[in-house]
Design a protein around this ligand. Structure first.
Ligand code: HBI
Ligand code: FE
Length: 296
């Protein structure tokens, strides 16, 4: 398994050093082992985000969260989550100790198993962490897995990922996941809203992505996104916007091989680029990133 050319936000795509307990890298969640201090970190993160997201998160995210057994009081139990989730869209949440190798990750997604970190960040690192912990994965990703189209899309991404690896085209495909599942925005009648987990689980990026003048907001276009690098160390310089979450269904049914052919030629774009062919919904000022040099 060759690692992604670009590091993902979740650290190096090469995955963790530790040897897996099982071939599929799953572990027991160890729910009864969580300490009161760990539940307290969850409560802080949950309450902060829950009061922040109304007016920022899309309706599907809010709906999904309401229909799941997720509360402030304690870190959710994956078996309880999976019962509700499986009834809704056939997905389940399985516990992993952190980053897993790409092929393992894709194999889980292709079988409607969402690998969620079973650890939680420390109280000293509430705002940024290298690896996806239980707050990023469960608070950020799981509510959208209650949405049938997103449920289909992420399974298709898993299947597509296994194929892309064989073709050596993982970098290009990972950009699609990045600019949708992690950092996607969607249009609603009342304005642009978050559906990407990386934004929904981030206290500061939630408002930045929807309200800041700084970033570009550009209509989602598949080949454009597949050619666009992304940042793993800071807020995004561009957010791609879907007209409707239903558009993910077409994406799920896309045959990527012709795209890979075309992507072998022609330009890649930097995150801050704006093209004459772009549907620009907001031309960013770039002020936030101007003051912060790109690392790596
Ligand atoms: N492993 N647990 C976990 N969670 C991820 O989001 C994840 C991963 N391994 C690889 C990975 N993401 C990315 O490289 C994907 O684009 C493949
Ligand atoms: Fe994620």
């Amino acid at each position: 398994m060759e690692p992604l050319a670009e590091k993902t936000k979740h650290g190096l795509a090469a995955g963790p050093a530790a040897a897996p307990q099982r071939p599929d890298w799953t572990v027991d969640q160890g729910w009864s082992d969580y300490t009161p201090a760990q539940h307290a970190v969850w409560k802080t993160l949950f309450e902060r985000q829950t009061q922040l997201l109304p007016g920022l998160a899309c309706d599907a995210f809010v709906q999904g969260m309401q229909n799941l057994p997720i509360t402030a009081e304690r870190i959710p139990n994956f078996e309880e989550l999976s019962e509700t989730l499986h009834r809704a869209t056939g997905w389940q949440v399985v516990a992993v100790p952190g980053l897993v190798p790409d092929d393992v990750f894709f194999e889980h997604l292709a079988n409607r198993r969402f690998p969620s970190g079973n650890f939680i960040r420390g109280a000293h690192e509430l705002d940024y962490l290298e690896e996806p912990d239980v707050f990023h994965d469960v608070f950020g990703h799981v509510p959208m897995l209650m949405h049938p189209v997103m449920a289909d899309f992420i399974q298709a991404y898993g299947q597509g990922g296994l194929r892309a690896q064989r073709l050596g085209k993982l970098t290009e495909l990972a950009r699609v996941y990045w600019y949708t599942v992690e950092f996607g925005l969607v249009k609603q009648s009342d304005g642009l809203r978050i559906y990407g987990a990386g934004i929904a689980s981030s206290f500061s990026e939630s408002t930045f992505a929807v309200q800041s003048e700084s970033p570009n907001r550009i209509g989602f276009e598949l080949e454009r996104v597949m050619r666009t690098h992304y940042r793993i160390d800071d807020f995004q310089e561009v957010y791609f916007v879907l007209d409707d979450l239903q558009d993910l269904l077409a994406l799920a049914n896309t045959e990527f091989a012709p795209y890979y052919e075309r992507l072998a030629h022609g330009p890649n774009h930097q995150p801050g680029d704006v093209l004459s062919t772009d549907t620009v919904l907001h031309r960013g000022t770039g002020t936030y990133h101007r003051g912060r040099p790109r690392k790596g």
